[in-house]
Design a protein around this ligand. Structure first.
Ligand code: ATP
Length: 360
């Protein structure tokens, strides 16, 4: 089911001030995708999600779920939450501690007055799907965090919603369980014909889980794309920075040749693939630490810069090296067994295809 949001605005009054939580959001969420709203705290993700659900009343705009307008100020439409055909999974699992696994999952059908025999079939099916069959009678609190989250997912799925919405559902889990549950969730969702909207401020979660990511800032959508698109070909400095570790360097476009762009920046003159930015324009050079090819000593070659290692952190799978190049301090990731010493001179090869230019 496609979701279309147009011109959505929402202001809150707090401490005598007006906060613009949504600033004219236009967004189409394609049917059957896992679509993530990603952004820093306070950028409006939860407000947007809650508006789609119907738990928040926007000031203006329109929300469609499939062909149905579920909210429109202009048309005077406000379909109540329970009639929007949605399932929800929240950060606090919101499973009921006094109920068994079965009762928790059955709840949405019980309140609808679905006949008991039908409920039993549905609950058995969905518990099998989330791999909790056999735990029907267990009190919901006597489960691990990951299992409780699966109960919450089962409860959201049992009523066969058209869309399922997740608000930071993994943030209460420890790092290892979070990763396992994330993979599991991706597997579960990709087996279903369902549109999933997922809210998080965790970029790794967004990259690993999503078909598409919308990066938000200050109540607006800045950029939308597939995870690799957003990571490798961000168009805005804010997005490039938010989606991964990045060296961001102010630069000026000197000119173009053979589909590449020559820039001037604190590293000197650098060739970058692509030619979207006009000569003379101010841009930002984005270098991901994992693509800086660090070599010991001073070697010559195209697109090479020279520097001195100021610090090395060994973090297990990589060395993180801080390298001084003129006025810039670059973060580079190198192989954990690379023999690099603080104070030593190094050369860094910058592959033009990994020199991303974004709007300043
Ligand atoms: P987080 O990741 O911290 O949950 P978020 O991106 O989901 O943040 P929202 O919760 O949507 O952001 O909040 C957007 C803005 O609206 C913030 O500035 C927030 O302080 C403000 N806000 C949200 N709810 C209310 C409220 N009930 N009253 C006043 N201001 C609010």
């Amino acid at each position: 089911m496609e979701i279309r949001v147009t011109g959505l605005t929402k202001h809150y009054q707090a401490d005598g001030r007006t906060v613009k939580a949504l600033d004219g959001v236009d967004l189409t969420i394609p049917a059957n995708e896992i679509f993530t709203l990603l952004g820093p705290s306070g950028c409006g993700k939860t407000t947007l999600l809650r508006s789609i659900v119907g738990l928040e009343t926007p000031d203006d705009g329109e929300i469609r779920i499939g062909e149905d307008v579920v909210w429109s100020r202009r048309k005077g439409i406000a379909v109540p939450t329970e009639k929007r055909g949605l399932g929800m999974v929240f950060q606090t699992y919101a499973i009921w501690p006094h109920m068994s696994v079965y009762e928790n999952v059955a709840y949405p059908l019980t309140v609808r007055g679905t006949p008991g025999a039908q409920i039993a079939v549905k609950v058995a099916e969905v518990l099998r799907f989330v791999q909790l069959a056999g735990l029907e009678n267990r009190p919901a609190t006597r489960l691990s965090g990951g299992q409780q989250q699966r109960v919450a997912l089962a409860r959201a799925l049992v009523a066969e919603p058209r869309v399922i919405l997740f608000d930071e559902p993994l943030s209460n889990l420890d790092a290892k369980l979070r990763e396992e549950t994330r993979k599991e969730l991706r597997r579960f969702l990709s087996q279903l014909d369902i549109t999933a909207i997922y809210v998080t401020h965790d970029r790794v979660e967004a990259l690993a889980l999503s078909d598409s990511i919308a990066v938000m800032r200050a109540g607006r959508i800045v950029e939308i794309g597939a995870p690799r698109e957003i990571y490798f070909r961000a168009r805005h400095r804010f997005v490039a920075d938010f989606i991964g570790r990045a060296n961001l360097i102010d630069a000026t476009v000197l000119g173009h040749a053979d589909g590449a762009t020559r820039i001037d920046c604190a590293l000197g003159s650098v060739m970058c693939a692509g030619s979207e930015h006009a000569q003379g324009s101010q841009v930002t050079l984005c270098l991901r630490p994992e693509f800086l090819q660090v070599q010991g000593g001073t070697v010559a070659g195209p697109n090479l810069v020279h520097g001195t290692i100021e610090a090395i952190d060994f973090v297990g799978e990589v060395n993180e090296a801080e390298i001084r190049v003129g006025s810039a301090l670059l973060l580079a990731r190198t192989a954990p067994d690379a023999q690099l010493a603080v104070g030593s001179a190094v050369s860094i090869a910058l592959a033009p295809e990994h020199c991303l230019l974004v709007a300043a």
